[in-house]
Design a protein around this ligand. Structure first.
Ligand code: NDP
Length: 234
């Protein structure tokens, strides 16, 4: 049966690949954007995840069109990289607010409906650097590590209601986020990846599809790496 799926930041990059995979599987898919609009084949709802009122309005719009959200993919994220000693408190809190507190806000809003339905899937998009750490990304890595604790706590709180909460931790994926890296930095990163290449956004989407499936009903509180082996052992 077609499910109501919401992908935050699903208007481009990894989120768009995730949204398209659900749409191709026949689900009713909505994506958030912050004003740039969404591709015509998806329901676009305007929402900045740092604003609880905008989240509430976006969910109301999705509920009216597709019914309560049954699968939430919290994918919206940003980075603002610099070394710790140069990182202002504002740079730290801004990234944590979007990546971690934003995930808390949308998860809280989505699970209300999931509890009523006694079924739900929460999938948070973290990063390999949340587990390994990353020089120049104290704010980003901390926010991505926080998603693991968030998902595992939700898994414990809501597990008995058929609601799973899991994390997908991608390695390096070719998107606008990684386009900012210098050619030299990209070469250094690739040298560390056993697979010897970047991931495609579709490879991240495939892991999300599995976690959202009925077959994954007994997988909860897990961190699924899609990183070509970069983070092995974590
Ligand atoms: P992009 O920079 O290509 O896209 C980021 C998306 O997040 C956009 O849709 C953007 O919306 C949205 N977004 C950012 N801030 C907010 C906000 N405050 N409220 C709502 N939406 C917001 O990133 P990617 O596709 O590369 O990344 C997607 C996710 O995957 C992120 O969480 C990222 O941290 C994670 N990730 C990416 C990796 C990579 O190598 N690319 C590796 C590991 C994890 P808008 O269009 O409105 O700006």
């Amino acid at each position: 049966m077609a499910r109501s799926v919401l992908v935050t930041g699903g208007n481009r990059g990894i989120g768009l690949a995730i949204a398209r995979a659900f749409a191709e599987a026949g689900d009713k898919v909505a994506v958030t954007h912050r004003g740039s609009g969404a591709p015509a084949d998806l329901l676009g709802v305007r929402c900045d995840v740092t604003d609880a009122d905008q989240i509430d309005a976006a969910f109301a719009e999705v509920e009216a069109a597709h019914g309560p959200v049954e699968v939430l993919v919290s994918n919206a994220g940003m980075n603002d990289d610099t070394l710790l000693l140069r990182m202002s408190e504002d740079q730290f809190t801004k990234v944590v607010d979007a990546n971690l507190t934003g995930a808390y806000r949308v998860t809280k809003r989505a699970t209300k409906g999931m509890l009523r339905a006694r079924w739900g899937r929460v999938i948070l998009i973290s990063s390999v650097v949340g587990l390994t750490g990353s020089a120049g990304q104290v704010n980003y890595a901390a926010s991505k590590a926080g998603l693991v604790g968030l998902a595992r706590s939700v898994a414990r709180e809501l597990g008995s209601r058929n609601i799973t909460a899991n994390v997908v931790a991608p390695g390096f994926v070719d998107t606008e986020m990684t386009a900012q890296l210098s050619a030299e930095r990209k070469k250094e990163i690739l040298a560390q990846v056993p697979a010897g290449r970047y991931a495609s956004a579709d490879e991240v989407a495939a892991a999300v599809q599995f976690l959202a499936s009925d077959q994954a009903g007994y997988v909860t509180g897990a961190v699924i790496p899609v990183d070509g082996g970069l983070g092995m052992g974590h």
